[in-house]
Design a protein around this ligand. Structure first.
Ligand SMILES: Nc1nc2c(ncn2[C@@H]2O[C@H](COP(=O)(O)OP(=O)(O)OP(=O)(O)O)[C@@H](O)[C@H]2O)c(=O)[nH]1
Ligand SMILES: [Mg+2]
Length: 239
């Protein structure tokens, strides 16, 4: 693995006090030379206080505190901007609830050496989704529907475990993705496709959250469907 790249690992947090220490130590263990950025939206459980304490002994841990819950999409956009402005080469994003395993971070780095965009995929060979019951079925079918309707060559659209070779993405900018909330993850792939950037899938294992509660409202599923048809329509007619 090349050590000359400046790597930023990003996670958004909202009430992740039970997971944050393990996340930070996992990232540091698996990518010791990386920097870490956390954007916290004034978590009522005081996740940010734990981060401030950890920062004292970690010069490569950075924290942006926003005053209220402003959503996952704006957090990811802010991280992309931060990576550009602070001259990072690679940006790798992941959830803070330990659904994404920091052990897989080196695979992202390895793949970013040849691909400008890498997505951790549960639905290609070697990938696993350890969700249960209806959640698993919804996720599987959802990603399959997006694949068919969009015509984009990827089996995964909705995970945030992704890597960007920030300096080699040509005109692509995450801040141009218009879809909000959950659909933002899917919208990113439409924007990549629009810029003719190859989507590289690597297998990941997705673990169901063990601690804390999910923050994504279920209504997001319907918003994603609506946006899927809107984006696919646009894609066809802008050709
Ligand atoms: N800063 C910030 N972080 C958020 C916000 N909403 C969610 N997050 C974080 O984004 C990540 C994903 O949110 P989750 O609630 O785990 O959503 P999910 O993974 O789709 O849902 P589960 O599978 O049920 O966990 C977690 O690290 C959350 O703490 C938000 O509005 N602001
Ligand atoms: Mg989660």
């Amino acid at each position: 693995m090349s050590n000359d790249k400046r790597i930023l690992v990003f996670s958004a947090t909202y009430n992740e006090i039970e997971n944050i220490r393990e996340l930070i130590s996992g990232i540091q263990k698996n990518l010791p030379n990386s920097s870490i950025l956390i954007i916290d939206d004034n978590s009522p459980d005081k996740t940010q206080e734990v981060l401030k304490e950890l920062k004292k002994n970690n010069k490569n841990l950075f924290l942006i505190e926003r005053e209220k819950k402003l959503g996952l999409d704006t957090a990811h956009k802010a991280a992309f901007k931060y990576a550009i402005e602070n001259n990072f080469d690679y940006l790798i994003t992941m959830d803070a609830d330990l659904s994404h395993d920091p052990k897989e971070l080196p695979e992202f780095v390895k793949n970013l050496e040849n691909s400008p965009f890498v997505i951790g995929s549960r639905y290609i060979n070697g990938g696993k989704c350890l969700m249960k019951g209806t959640r698993l079925i919804m996720s599987k079918i959802g990603n399959q529907i997006i694949k068919i309707v969009s015509g984009i060559k990827s089996s995964e659209f909705t995970t945030s475990f992704r890597g960007f070779d920030v300096k080699n993405l040509k005109d692509f900018n995450l801040n141009n993705v218009k879809s909000r909330g959950y659909s933002f993850m899917m919208g990113t792939l439409f924007e990549l496709e629009r810029n003719h950037i190859k989507i590289k899938e690597i297998p990941i294992t997705f673990y169901d959250r063990k601690k804390g509660v999910s923050k994504i409202p279920k209504v997001e599923i319907f918003r994603t469907l609506k946006n899927l048809f809107f984006l696919s329509f646009n894609k066809r007619f802008s050709k």
